[in-house]
Design a protein around this ligand. Structure first.
Ligand code: DC
Length: 222
């Protein structure tokens, strides 16, 4: 038996941080599904494949191997056996990932991989379509939201801490563009599931969001 928590929401809503903390406290495993679409993007860019090149993408998807491993409490991501944990977070991948993640050929391959990863595990899976498409029967569904400006503020701070050279304006524009794209794509768009609990994190601290989610999970588990 597995207990599945789905956390969906826009880029920068705090899903990643919150998921990690909730999982640590409850002993669940986490799966960051965005990392998988980021791997696809790294591979396509390495191979010089464009989002419009259906056949090449299909061939690439038939061969791709993506693994998530927990090492010392951190999730490491391996693409065809190579550690790409850092590489998948660069701004070049940020810019290109929406276009690749919107492709049916890509999603038809990645969605079953995610279902497989969640089998027989107590898992918190975070992404855009977990409660709507990947696990419509998840035990708990959360939709975590925040304003674009708050998201950009957090992402800007994170990028500066990582030593990246960016301006707040660039970050805000990128966040707006990416979230707009994810909300309006045809296949598996970012959408709150009807039975998801909505949390707006704009004016909440990380700890407050974590406590709220743990409360919801505990209530459902009893
Ligand atoms: O969560 P993230 O920013 O790492 O996600 C990267 C991209 O992947 C995001 O722009 C949309 C896409 N994505 C998706 O389409 N479905 C998911 N379940 C997770 C991410």
């Amino acid at each position: 038996m597995s207990f599945i928590v789905a956390i969906d929401g826009p880029a920068g809503s705090g899903k990643g941080t919150v998921t990690k903390l909730v999982a640590e406290k409850l002993g669940f495993i986490t799966i960051d599904t965005g990392a998988m679409y980021r791997c696809v993007t790294v591979e396509a860019l390495n191979k010089n494949i464009k989002p419009t090149e259906d056949e090449k993408i299909e061939e690439m998807m038939n061969k791709i191997s993506i693994e998530m491993k927990n090492q010392d409490g951190n999730q490491k991501v391996f693409l065809n056996g190579k550690d790409v944990t850092k590489e998948i977070r660069t701004s070049n991948i940020d810019k290109n990932v929406s276009a690749f993640s919107a492709l049916p050929i890509v999603r038809n391959k990645i969605t079953p991989m995610q279902r497989e990863m969640g089998q027989n595990e107590n898992v918190i899976m975070e992404g855009r379509d977990i409660g709507t498409v990947v696990f419509p029967n998840a035990n708990v569904k959360i939709y975590l939201d925040a304003s674009d400006e708050e998201i950009a503020k957090r992402r800007y701070k994170q990028n500066i801490e990582r030593g990246m050279k960016v301006t707040y304006k660039q970050v805000l524009e990128d966040i707006k563009r990416r979230n707009e794209y994810d909300l309006h794509r045809e296949i598996a768009p970012l959408k709150q599931a009807e039975d998801a609990i909505y949390i707006d994190s704009t004016n909440l601290t990380i700890d407050e969001v974590v406590e709220k989610i743990i409360g919801i999970i505990k209530e459902k588990a009893n």
